[in-house]
Ligand binder design. Sequence first.
Ligand code: ATR
Length: 290
Amino acid sequence: ELYNFRQIGADTKVYGVIGNPVGHSKSPLLYNAAFKHVGFNGIYLPLLVDSVANFISTYSSPDFAGYSYTIPHKEDGLKCCNEVDPIAKEIGAISCMIRRPVDGKLKGYNVDYLGAIKAIEEALGASNGAPASVSPLAGKLFVVVGAGGAGKAIAYGAYEKGARVVVANRTFGKAKELASKVGGQAITLAELKDFHPEEGTILANTTSVGMKPRIEDTLLPKEALKHYALVFDAVYTPKSTTLLREAQEAGSTIVYGTEMFINQAFVQFERFTGLPAPKQLIRDVLARNT
Ligand code: ATR
């Protein structure tokens, strides 16, 4: 299913996902299927990269039309852009890079937060019936666990929507730095265990805790999860992490990492191709392959 192309020619636009590891990424599967579905002449490769700077300078010919970025290169990627979107600059990380056809320059964007925030808003909106014009995140307490690229993106996204942000991170210094930028509070992972969330609080895991192969790992014991109205996990391999399974058992609304991934894939597809994303096809391909 991955590379089933009738032809690759000089006009074929080449894209890829830069990461390490990258073998678990569903992006090649999704984009190749979507390109084919809409008749877009492009291919999308998994790119196992150690040094983003070396990779970008090695492939400096305009053959690569765009890149997606995954762990651990979202911050390094930003340093290799010719131009950076203001929100990505503020976040300090990019999720994709697009080459401008006219001069070959690479511009970095961050659409991670759009995917996660949209998915969380939809889940909350559906559960409390808030009018579409007001974000259901406004005024809510929003605990972001992790202060890497994804953590920053989600913290900024929540802040933009008017939530009161708490950042919990293993390295406390990084939590403090991020919290200060979004006018929030910083706590350690140990403090998270004793944190008493108010009604309606949202918990978002942006760390790799619970990711395959260490699927039994989780941030919080089940008893602590019942205090959170909604729990989101950016980890999407496996789809249902221990955190999400236990949150659901504890009665919280849950949002799978796949929803963040799907929503940001729609946005990236549209930026890569200039065409509307085939949303149902993307959902179907992901459903068949998880
Ligand atoms: P991403 O771009 O996906 O956010 P990243 O920038 O490498 O990836 O960030 C990884 C995040 O997961 C960090 O917040 C990291 O915590 P530290 O800042 O202390 O490194 C967190 N993380 C990774 N492994 C972890 C673990 N085993 N326990 C707790 N936090 C972890």
